[in-house]
Write a protein that binds this ligand. Structure first.
Ligand code: 13P
Length: 300
């Protein structure tokens, strides 16, 4: 892949019918795993970090490491400041050198979300015009967590989802470069009860109403066949975090269980790198059309 910027990578004509994977990381083992998966499959990947993840990793350290790994491993890696909730956090992300910033005012009513996001885009464009700014429309929860049951404050029912007209108005009035609309699913995974599914026709209708690329958040726990349908309907980037966190935790537990006297972090963390990498690889292949969805469980 010869794309230079994230914008070019997303718009790459050869990517039609495929999506870029956006994987969140909190620390180095996760980053190593995601970079290794990108290299193995030979596809560009977006490494993301939310405000909490950036605070733990160090925003500048993450950006610099992603650039370094991308050069060293000769694979396109991009870096995104996921879910920034304030102008202060947006400015910090711009100063740190991220390729894109997700500005998230989706918990606010439509008019306030438009106003806050418009202000954020104007601010970002005056500081770093080349950085892509993504807006969020419709609240789908805020954490990559395991939850007992579906929250009552999330937009998952058809009548609560943004309409194509609202999406078009949002893009027009805010000037965002990318749009993540609520399309039926939520952030995180539900441990008691079913995961709400994607409204694929709504994705297609929103796709037809706007000109900027569409981003799907909350990729964890969705049947793989649905993810493929969402890409065919127009999703260009898909975020996955909760499942990777779960793989990381299982890997750490495995590393600790192997030998209770083991204290070398690099031995303890090795299974975590392996598990996260394996899962990331599976998603990169799925999103880039390299595997049939039912090969990996269409209805998990
Ligand atoms: P999940 O944690 O549900 O995969 O969502 C991740 C996400 O959208 C991060 O922005």
């Amino acid at each position: 892949v010869s794309a230079n910027t994230l914008q070019e990578a997303i718009a790459e004509p050869s990517r039609a019918g495929r999506a870029l994977a956006h994987f969140n990381v909190s620390e180095l083992a996760g980053l190593k795993a995601v970079a290794a998966a990108a290299k193995t499959v030979g596809q560009p990947v977006i490494v993301g970090a939310s405000e909490g993840e950036r605070e733990f990793f160090g925003a500048r350290a993450l950006v610099d490491l992603v650039r370094l790994l991308s050069r060293q491993m000769d694979v396109p890696l991009y870096v995104s400041a996921d879910h920034s909730h304030s102008l202060g956090s947006l400015k910090e992300a711009l100063a740190a050198g991220f390729d894109s910033v997700v500005f998230d005012a989706s918990a606010l009513p439509f008019v306030d979300n438009v106003e806050r996001t418009r202000e954020a885009v104007a601010c970002a464009k005056s500081i770093a015009p080349h950085v892509l700014i993504e807006g969020e429309l419709g609240f789908i929860g805020s954490g990559s967590v395991l939850v007992r049951r579906l929250g009552t404050n999330v937009a998952v029912r058809g009548s609560d989802l943004p309409t194509p007209d609202q999406a078009a108005e949002f893009v027009e009035r805010t000037g965002v470069d990318l749009l993540a609309p609520a399309v039926g699913n939520v952030h995180g995974m539900i441990v008691e009860g079913a995961q709400p599914g994607l409204d694929v026709p709504r994705i297609a209708a929103i796709r037809a109403a706007i000109r900027v690329p569409l981003v799907l958040h909350g990729g964890s726990g969705i049947a793989h066949g649905q993810l493929v349908a969402a890409i065919q309907a127009g999703m260009a980037v898909i975020h996955v975090n909760t499942e990777l966190r779960l793989a990381w935790r299982r890997g750490v537990e495995e590393g600790l269980a192997r030998d209770k006297d083991e204290i070398a972090p690099y031995r303890i963390l090795r299974p975590a790198v392996a598990q996260v990498s394996r899962l990331a690889e599976l998603y990169i292949r799925l999103l880039s059309g390299q595997t049939l969805p039912d090969a990996h469980g269409a209805t998990r």
